[in-house]
Design a protein around this ligand. Structure first.
Ligand code: NAP
Length: 294
């Protein structure tokens, strides 16, 4: 089948999924959308003039490639189950959610029994990256399946890296989340210390941001966290979920990941305190308490 005539469906129109679906539409691939909260799908379908079928299975019937972007492992498996009755042999499911490599392999096995392909394609680059179409896409799957969907991934991904068989994209994403969590630990702790030292934090972000401590997180979230703005962006409940995935991988390998352990405990505390829907930079709430600056 010609890649340029593939019809794509999108399931899961949250902060990331809605933006990715828009890019697929812009590239001429989007045929249908579905979301658990139906009003979101209805509004987007009307705006983009695409279909909004009632069930995932109905969406699957009219699409060659079904993209999924939902929250966690159980959600992906529930969506796959709902899609199954409608999926045509030869079609493909591409999961862009962040879940465990084991869940990716389970999904692939279930679909293979129906002659349906599966590609894990978690993304990094944040909500901004999704909106701007500049995500990095970390891919696992068979080479032919990956090549088939590459033009679709390119509609929202600036970098597309194929790491190996199904699950390899999620393994690469787990490594990414170790780094994301570690950078957040360091930047939030550093800025809480800067407040305690009564430094000019505006000057500090500009100066340190252009030196060896410079990072995406310091540049994009430094000023907002100092102003106690934690809405939008990457919800800390999702990072907590991702660190649980990393922890499971580490215990399978018998590996010690000290920074991941610390971050998991910190985000667990913030979740228990009712901050799960806030952006991950809300970690500064805890760091302020630990540093004695808030
Ligand atoms: P979000 O805004 O909370 O959206 C979650 C979406 O999943 C919503 O459309 C929700 O439907 C749907 N959903 C959840 N459980 C479902 C279920 N059981 N059945 C059907 N639909 C379900 O989350 P997000 O920020 O877009 O993140 C989505 C995925 O991308 C997560 O795996 C996350 O870890 C990953 N990710 C996020 C970022 C980021 O910066 N936000 C970056 C990279 C990767 P409703 O509308 O009905 O709630």
């Amino acid at each position: 089948m010609d890649n340029n005539t593939l019809r794509a469906g999108f399931i899961g129109l949250g902060a990331m999924g809605q933006a990715m679906a828009r890019h697929l539409h812009g590239a001429g691939f989007l045929a249908a959308v579905w979301n658990r909260t139906a009003a979101k799908a209805g509004a987007l379908a009307q705006e983009l003039a695409v279909a909004a079928p009632e069930t995932p299975a109905q969406l699957a019937q009219s699409c060659d490639v079904v993209f999924v972007c939902v929250a966690a492992d159980a959600d992906v498996l529930a969506v796959i189950q709902a899609l199954e009755p409608g999926l045509q042999p030869g079609s493909l499911v591409v999961d862009t959610s962040t879940v465990s490599p084991a869940t990716a392999r389970t999904a692939a096995q279930r679909l293979a029994a129906r002659g349906v392909g599966f590609v894990d394609a978690p993304v990094t680059g944040g909500v901004e990256g999704a909106r701007n179409g500049t995500l990095s896409v970390l891919v696992g799957g068979g080479a032919a399946d990956v090549e088939r969907v590459r033009p679709l991934l390119a509609s929202f991904g600036q970098r597309i890296a194929h790491f190996g068989a199904v699950g390899a994209g999620q393994a690469a994403k787990a490594v990414n989340q170790v780094m994301v969590a570690g950078i957040a630990e360091a930047v939030c702790e550093g800025l809480a210390l800067a407040e305690r030292l009564e430094l000019d934090t505006d000057a500090l972000i500009d100066t340190l941001g252009n030196g060896a401590a410079g990072s995406w997180f310091l540049q994009k979230r430094g000023r907002t966290m100092l102003a106690d703005q934690f809405e939008g962006g990457f919800k800390l409940a999702l990072l907590h979920k991702d660190l649980g995935i990393v922890q499971a991988i580490a215990s399978e390998l018998g590996a010690q990941l000290a920074t991941t352990q610390a971050a998991l405990a910190d985000y667990g505390q913030l979740l228990a305190d009712g901050h799960g829907d806030e952006e991950i930079s809300a970690l500064i709430r805890l760091k302020r308490r630990q540093v004695g600056s808030g």
